[in-house]
Design a protein around this ligand. Sequence first.
Ligand code: LLP
Length: 382
Amino acid sequence: MKFPVEQFEGVQTPFYYYDKELLQQTLDVINREASRYAGFHVHYAVKANVDPTVLAMVNASGLGCDCVSGGEVKACLDAGFPASKIVFAGVGKADWEINLALDADIACFNVESAPELDVLNELAGAKGKVARVALRVNPNVDAHTHKYITTGLSENKFGIAMNMLDMIVHHAQLLPNISFEGLHFHIGSQILDMKPFEMLCHRVNQLSEELEAKGVRMKTINVGGGLGCDYVNPDEHPIPDFASYFKIFADHLALRRGQELHFELGRSVVCQCGALISRVLYVKEGNNKKFVILDAGMSDLIRPALYQAHHNIENITAAPDGPKEKYDVVGPICESSDTFGEDELLPVTRRGDLVALRSAGAYGQIMASNYNCRRIPASLVL
Ligand code: LLP
């Protein structure tokens, strides 16, 4: 990723910079690799980033979208996504959110429990509609990722336990305002080892066989998202390995004739095209350390504080070949966890320099808050 620093002049920091060209290349690779296999459909998990330009580009590329709130469904409709490409997941959908999605006639609700199924049936019935439903199953597959972003283990709150599945499928089939379409899974996020996805395929095959033995047919299988990106070497791997990812499913998941396989990719679509750009406010000498104090903090990018996540830190205005020094790079917020990096080797850094926090396109701006009465950082899409 190159930073057009001249065009950053006069822009209020901190802000999120998105590189349109890299996003477009990523979308092109997704389309190319997914279209190798019949029946593969990709939805963009909007929760990663809802910048209007990003959404418009994703929509123009033909991907659908995966939402987890009424607000996200509305953002997708406003961005022009056809309702037929919108799916709505989430463990706790409020009635107004369900009604909004029913009114829009979205493609599918990913339902996570029996009580939710009953409420959806009732609300759809009140409108004289039939809601298409995929049941989210908790496949008890370990994604071996951070505990806050592992979702497919039996102790997680997500989905329906496997031993209750056929009972709930049966129940769904009896409800007059529900059309049972298939199964939905999501095992976690930032997954770089393909093995957990392979395990998921085996689990899907097993459950498909069990349900088919009871005469249940399914139109769709949705395997969620989770493909990770390279936070350590973003310039070596600007585009995640979609080819290997889709191939795992093509090789191991036994898709039935005419069945669709849906993916819900978030991070891997937008992670590398975004960076948080911040200005150095002060360089402070401690007893044994030097601190670079940025005008961006955990309210702008919470991932390091919340998940101990790593984002590469680059001084994008200092001469790269000059002398280097070690710094702790911190934000201005009154919390010790407001730290982006410790002992970071950077070119000698001064007040006024611009710093980029890399690989921040996914779960960056969208997770920003007003903590400390700070403003939400704006976007600069070039
Ligand atoms: N589908 C479902 C049902 C999900 O819960 C998620 C993400 C996705 C798809 C998209 O997963 P992805 O392809 O982005 O891995 N805030 C955390 C990540 C939370 C992910 C939550 N669910 C982070 O900053 O790492």
